[in-house]
Design a protein around this ligand. Structure first.
Ligand code: F6P
Length: 550
C-alpha cells in the first residue's frame, strides 16, 4: 500500500489546491449557468446539490482519481463480498447483507449469510405481529402497551433515531421508549410512567457485557419482579438482542426470547439487524421492510454507479477535500426536519467512532487528519443558536443541509417557511454580504455616514462558505433507509482514502478499563489505587462530601 501522500492524485490535488485557494463560488456560478446541473445528482427521489462547494469539475476529477488510486473499487467489493476488512478484529463487515433481498448466493466462510438473516427476520416478524395483535401477553395476561429498549451506542442511537424520525408511522397499540444512560434518572424517569404488567423490555447489546445496559436491565428486572412477584414473569417481559447467547441466558432471559445477530454486524451499523426490533415494533413490519429496502437501494447505487455520479463517493471525497486540503476540523449537519433531531447524535457515533483513528492499515501512524468532528442540530433551531459562527466565525465549516419537499404534518404555511429558511441559509453562506452593501443598507435605514462606516464591518458576511443540500420528497421509511445508508457508505469511502480501519473501536477501551478501580475507591472500604494528582483530588473530594475517610 502506497502511503496516501505519495499517491500521484494527492500530489495533483496539492497543486490544484494552490490554484483553488482564491476560488470564489459566486464567480463560478456567474460564469457557468449550468453549474447546478453539473454539480448535482439524483438517486431515486433524493437530490444532492453540491454545487455550493469550493470545487470545479476539475477538482472532482482529481478527487475521483484519488479514490481510484486508493483502490476504492476493490475495497468496496471486499466489503460487499464478506472479506475480513475489519482486520484488527478479524471480522467481515456485512451490514449490507442485512437489507439485501434473499439471495442464496452469499456464502461467507461456509455460512449462507442471506439465509441466516432471513431466518432471524422471520422470527422477528412473528414476534412483532404477536405484540401488535395482542396474542403475546404479559405475565398477568394483559397485552403489551409499552416497550422499553435498553441499550447504548449502536444498540440505542440507530433505533432511537429511526423511531423518532418515523413517529408518524407509529402503530397505535404500543409505545416505544429508549433508555441508555447509566444515570439512574434515565431508567427511573421512564419507568415512572409505565405499568409493569403491560411493559416489555428489550435488552439490546451486541456483546451483552456493556456496563450501562446490564445495570439498567438488572434494575428493570428488579422493578418488574418487585411488582409481579414471580420469577416466571421475566420470560413474558424480557427479550434480548445479542450475539452472546451464553450471557443472555446467564442474565435469565429465555433463549427462546433471544434474537441473534452476528459479529460481522458492527454496533453502529446494527439497526438493520435484530437490533431494529424496537423499530419494527414501533412502525410495523411492512414499514421496517421499506426501511431496509431504502438502504438496499442506496447499496446498489453505491456498488454500481460510476464514481463520478456516486452519491456516497461524492460526499466522501468532498469531505476529504475540506479536511485534508482546506484544513477544516469540523463538519456541520443541519436537518431542516424536526423528525431527524436525533440524526446528529447517530452520525456522531457512525462517523467519529468509525473514522476517529490515527493508525493506518500498515499499522503506522498517519501524517494527515482523519475523521472530522461532527456536530449540528435541526433547523431552524440552529439558526437561533450557533449559525452566527457558521456565517461570521473565523473557521471554514463544510455543512450538509437536509430538507423534505413535503411535510406529513402540514400546519398553515409553516413548512413553506421551513423550506425557505433552509434554502436561505445555504444562499447566505454562499452569497455573503459585502461591506459596501452593509453600509448602504444602514444609510438607507437613516443612519449617519460615519456611524454606518463604523458599524458596517460587523454586518459583513464573508460568504463563499460551502454547503451540500440533500432534498427529498418526504421523510418515509424508504427515504430514511436511503439517507442512513448514504452516510454509512460516505464514512466507508473516507476510511478507505485515509487507509484506516473504520470498523473497530479500540479508542473506547481505556476509559472502560480505568472505571472499575475508581469505582472501588468510592466504596466506604476503600481499595487504594494509582492515579494522577487530579483524579486523586477528585476522589478525595467525593469521599469528603460523603463523609468518608480520605
Ligand atoms: O463502547 C462503544 C461500544 O462498543 C459501541 O461500539 C457499541 O455500539 C456500544 O458500545 C454498545 O455495545 P453493545 O451493543 O455490545 O452493548
Amino acid at each position: 500500500m502506497k502511503p496516501l501522500k505519495h499517491l500521484p492524485a494527492w500530489k495533483t490535488l496539492e497543486q490544484h489546491f494552490k490554484a483553488m485557494r482564491s476560488f470564489d463560488m459566486r464567480a463560478a456560478f456567474r460564469e457557468d449557468a449550468q453549474r447546478f446541473e453539473h454539480l448535482s445528482l439524483r438517486c431515486g427521489n433524493l437530490l444532492l446539490d453540491y454545487s455550493k462547494n469550493r470545487v470545479t469539475p476539475e477538482t472532482m476529477q482529481h478527487l475521483m482519481q484519488l479514490a481510484r488510486e486508493s483502490d476504492l473499487d476493490a475495497m468496496r467489493n471486499a466489503m460487499f463480498s464478506g472479506k475480513r476488512i475489519n482486520f484488527t478484529e478479524q471480522r467481515a463487515v456485512l451490514h449490507t447483507a442485512l437489507r439485501a433481498p434473499v439471495r442464496p448466493s452469499l456464502m461467507v466462510e461456509g455460512v449462507d449469510v442471506e439465509r441466516e438473516v432471513a431466518k432471524v427476520l422471520k422470527r422477528m416478524q412473528r414476534f412483532v405481529e404477536t405484540i401488535h395483535d395482542g396474542s403475546w401477553r404479559g405475565h398477568t395476561g394483559k397485552t403489551i402497551r409499552n416497550v422499553v429498549n435498553i441499550g447504548i451506542g449502536g444498540s440505542d442511537l440507530g433505533p432511537a433515531m429511526v423511531c423518532h424520525a418515523l413517529d408518524h408511522y407509529a402503530v397505535e397499540s404500543v409505545r416505544v421508549h429508549f433508555v441508555s444512560n447509566l444515570d439512574p434518572a434515565h431508567l427511573a424517569g421512564t419507568l415512572a410512567h409505565l405499568d409493569p404488567e403491560t411493559t416489555l423490555f428489550i435488552v439490546a447489546s451486541k456483546t451483552f457485557t456493556t456496563l450501562e445496559t446490564l445495570a439498567n436491565a438488572n434494575s428493570a428486572k428488579a422493578w418488574l419482579l418487585a411488582a409481579l412477584r414471580a420469577p416466571a414473569a421475566v420470560a413474558r417481559h424480557f427479550v434480548a438482542l445479542s450475539t452472546n447467547a451464553q450471557a443472555v441466558e446467564a442474565f435469565g432471559i429465555d433463549p427462546e426470547n433471544m434474537f441473534i445477530f452476528w459479529d460481522w454486524v458492527g454496533g453502529r451499523y446494527s439497526l438493520w439487524s435484530a437490533i431494529g426490533l424496537s423499530i419494527a415494533l414501533q412502525i410495523g413490519w411492512g414499514n421496517f421492510q421499506a426501511l431496509l429496502a431504502g438502504a438496499h437501494a442506496m447499496d446498489l447505487h453505491f456498488r454500481e454507479a460510476p464514481l463520478e455520479v456516486n452519491m456516497p463517493v461524492i460526499l466522501g471525497m468532498l469531505g476529504i477535500w475540506y479536511a485534508n486540503f482546506w484544513g477544516t476540523d469540523t463538519y456541520g449537519v443541519f436537518p431542516y426536519d424536526q423528525r431527524l433531531r436525533l440524526l446528529v447524535p447517530f452520525l456522531q457515533q457512525l462517523d467519529m467512532e468509525s473514522n476517529g483513528k490515527n493508525v493506518n492499515r500498515a499499522n503506522k501512524r498517519v501524517n494527515y487528519n482523519t475523521g472530522p468532528i461532527v456536530w449540528g442540530a435541526p433547523g431552524t433551531n440552529g439558526q437561533h443558536a450557533f449559525f452566527e459562527l457558521v456565517h461570521q466565525g473565523t473557521r471554514l465549516i463544510p455543512t450538509d443541509f437536509l430538507v423534505a419537499a413535503v411535510n406529513p404534518t402540514p400546519l398553515a404555511d409553516q413548512h413553506e417557511w421551513l423550506l425557505a429558511n433552509c434554502l436561505a441559509q445555504t444562499e447566505a453562506l454562499l452569497k455573503g454580504k459585502s461591506r459596501a452593501v452593509a453600509e448602504a443598507e444602514l444609510i438607507a435605514q437613516g443612519m449617519g455616514r460615519a456611524d454606518a462606516r463604523a458599524l458596517a464591518p460587523h454586518k459583513v458576511f464573508p460568504g463563499n462558505r460551502p454547503s451540500n443540500t440533500l432534498l427529498y420528497q418526504k421523510l418515509d421509511p424508504h427515504m430514511l433507509g436511503m439517507l442512513i445508508a448514504l452516510y454509512e457508505h460516505k464514512v466507508f469511502v473516507q476510511g478507505v482514502i485515509w487507509q484506516i480501519n473504520s470498523f473497530d473501536q479500540w479508542g473506547v477501551e481505556l476509559g472502560k478499563q480505568l472505571a472499575p478501580p475508581i469505582r472501588a475507591e468510592l466504596n466506604p472500604e476503600r481499595v487504594s489505587g494509582e492515579h494522577d494528582g487530579s483524579t486523586l483530588g477528585l476522589i478525595a473530594d467525593i469521599r469528603r462530601r460523603r463523609g468518608l475517610s480520605t
